[in-house]
Design a protein around this ligand. Structure first.
Ligand SMILES: Nc1ncnc2c1ncn2[C@@H]1O[C@H](COP(=O)(O)OP(=O)(O)O)[C@@H](O)[C@H]1O
Ligand SMILES: [Mg+2]
Length: 409
């Protein structure tokens, strides 16, 4: 089973693709159905061939043993019958001995099958045990872990941080030194694959740096209690989760540990600009989302989901707010509104956001330009424009596009 697990995973993967709701569009438009089925079939053939030889071997042995034990039984039965015939045994002895023989052979068979089942079971349990023995590498490294000071602004410091994803060699983050002061708003800017999301994963301790340290309020992240540390962050990931729960539950996931107070949810939704579309839903905040379990469930658009996810981050009321391309699916009006509110509401909180629309980066107190995993430039919008480097180039490209479009009108 272990040997064939890649085959099984491949088969599961292909068959899931063919029934995936989100891929249905592409599978039809590119006509991928046949390709996926034939890939499934070729893996299945390979898998089945391997499995067949195993099953055949197992069954040949089983049949051989069944034949042998039947022959033995027949022999003894005939032997006893012969004894009765010759007058050595009474007729009652025949039923006594054959009965005993049947019950003994039944018990021995049961013993053998049970031990075989136990043996087979231990093979599977070995897999489970070795899975359970897998060590969690992201753990608190001290005996008495620290608890962050909740309810105040925090400083964050990266010192010589490098990082390569486990099982890879290439450093995705390369000797980053970066200080984010308490209450600062930092915009991470950079091309696709520059390492922005990875930097956020390191900050929230989803991974530990390969080299260097990250400090929160002067203490290494690894000295904090992991659960408490993560409660510090209200985050919208680039690939955020969509849950087939109600609207209210989707927002409440941002802080399950907290008692829900009247108005908290609607307040968070308003801050994220999600209240307008939620109010138009049939059951408002109690509308079931997606149609996995509810025939009348509501499917939201990409931008609506994104607003809901922002509401989740605001509901968490966390000390550090992190938004990874939070407005990528929003219309320009919604985007501007989100950043305006965000700017207004972040108060004293330390915040980090990633955005490709540089017009939004102008609200940041510090802009950090990442390139190939290292900090290429950092400073305010004004400073970076004066420096006339990478940021200024990116900014001008975007600005020109808008100007050209205006000029064309
Ligand atoms: N889970 C992962 N395993 C291995 N490499 C990854 C993983 N996630 C991202 N990468 C690599 O890390 C680099 C930076 O990715 P990312 O931080 O997501 O970029 P950005 O958010 O700036 O677009 C990319 O080259 C990507 O291929
Ligand atoms: Mg990213």
């Amino acid at each position: 089973m272990r040997f064939r697990s890649i085959d099984r995973r491949q088969m599961n993967y292909y068959s899931e693709l063919t029934v995936n709701k989100d891929l249905a569009k592409e599978i039809r438009m590119y006509n991928l159905g046949g390709e996926l089925t034939s890939r499934y079939n070729s893996v299945f053939d390979k898998y089945y061939k391997g499995l067949k030889s195993l099953i055949v071997r197992e069954n040949v042995w089983q049949i051989a043993f069944a034949v042998l034990s039947s022959l033995l039984s027949c022999f003894f039965f005939a032997y006893i019958a012969l004894g009765v015939f010759e007058g050595k045994y009474l007729i009652g002895d025949y039923s006594l001995y054959t009965g005993a023989l049947t019950s003994i052979s039944g018990s021995v068979t049961a013993l053998i099958t049970t031990s075989a089942t136990i043996y087979e079971g231990t093979l599977f349990i070995d897999n489970l045990l070795s899975f359970l023995r897998e060590k969690n590498h992201v753990v608190t490294r001290v005996k008495d872990p620290l608890v962050p000071d909740f309810g105040k602004a925090h400083t964050i410091e990266f010192r010589g941080v490098s990082f390569a994803y486990p099982g890879t060699e290439k450093p995705v983050i390369d000797r980053v030194d970066l200080t984010i002061k308490a209450g600062e708003t930092v915009a991470l800017v950079g091309l696709n694959g520059a390492g922005k999301t990875t930097l956020i994963k390191l900050l929230t301790r989803l991974y530990d740096p390969t080299e260097g340290e990250i400090y929160l309020d002067g203490h290494d992240l690894r000295d904090y209690d992991l659960t408490e540390l993560r409660r510090l962050f209200g985050i919208v990931f680039q690939d955020f989760g969509k849950y087939a729960f109600t609207v209210r539950e989707n927002i409440r996931l941002g802080a399950l540990h907290r008692e829900e107070r009247e108005g908290d949810i609607t307040h968070a939704a308003t801050r994220a600009g999600a209240d307008a579309f939620i109010d138009r839903l049939d059951n408002g905040y109690n509308t079931n989302l997606m149609r996995y379990f509810d025939r009348n469930g509501t499917e939201l658009s990409g931008g609506q989901w994104q607003k809901l996810c922002l509401a989740r981050a605001f509901y968490s009321n966390a000390d550090i707010i992190i938004l990874d391309e939070p407005t990528a699916s929003l219309d320009p009006i919604a985007e501007q509104e989100v950043f305006r509110r965000f700017d207004e509401l972040r108060g004293e909180k330390t915040t980090v956001f990633v955005s490709h629309r540089l017009s939004s980066a102008t609200i940041a107190s510090k802009i950090v330009v990442l390139e190939n995993g290292h900090v290429e430039e950092e400073g305010t919008h004004r400073e970076l424009m004066d420096q006339n480097g990478k940021y200024a180039e990116l900014f001008r490209i975007q600005a020109e596009r808008y100007l050209e479009e205006n000029a064309g009108k």
